[in-house]
Design a protein around this ligand. Sequence first.
Ligand code: THU
Length: 133
Amino acid sequence: MTKDQLIEEAIKMREKAYVPYSKFPVGAALVTKSGKVYTGCNIENAAFPVTCCAERVAIFKAIADGEVVFSEMAVAAETKRPVPPCGSCRQVMSEFFDPKMRIHLTNLEYEIKTVSVEDLLPFSFQPEDLLSD
Ligand code: THU
């Protein structure tokens, strides 16, 4: 799976988004080290905060399927600049992805910004921080 193919998967997933409230579809595509692709779209709820972003849907699908080693992710939305992931998604990325893993953020004009997980969320709270000794 090339970077361009992963981006196309993310763009295509916007069609599956459940966004009756924001009308703002987002798509995500996550590839594992073994080459398996997990896609996600945002899924909203009448109780607005219950909404789950496209990125977390893709990550949770992969985790629930037993995957733990990831290589790249793409996120797409119709934005003026490459779509910036929300803070909650950045925290979830930092839990499961290597700090150096690349995330390709794009809009529909294919303005692509590739960043690392640690670029998105430096000094993130980590599982090790729960250990007191
Ligand atoms: N959203 C995502 O799915 N991913 C992002 O990176 C930004 C925001 C969703 C949440 C909500 O359904 C809609 O976009 C508007 O915030």
